[in-house]
Design a protein around this ligand. Sequence first.
Ligand SMILES: [Zn+2]
Length: 81
Amino acid sequence: MRLCSKPGCGGPAIGLLGYNYAEKRALLEDAAERDIPPHLYALCAVCADRLNPPRGWILEDRRYEPPLFLPREPALESLAE
Ligand SMILES: [Zn+2]
């Protein structure tokens, strides 16, 4: 089980948080069962919901997409790279 990376929390992680400094976006994604790249942080449900992006930043919550029954959008895929 992956644990939340907030100091003093240690709850079970449900999401991954990453920062896009160029676009000033905080990205929250589902925690996939893979190794976390060094620039991503694991977060539990509580910490994810309390997340406050820095002033002037946009929080992009991608945790619940894409659904199983929708085709993935190529545009989004290329953005993620
Ligand atoms: Zn937490």
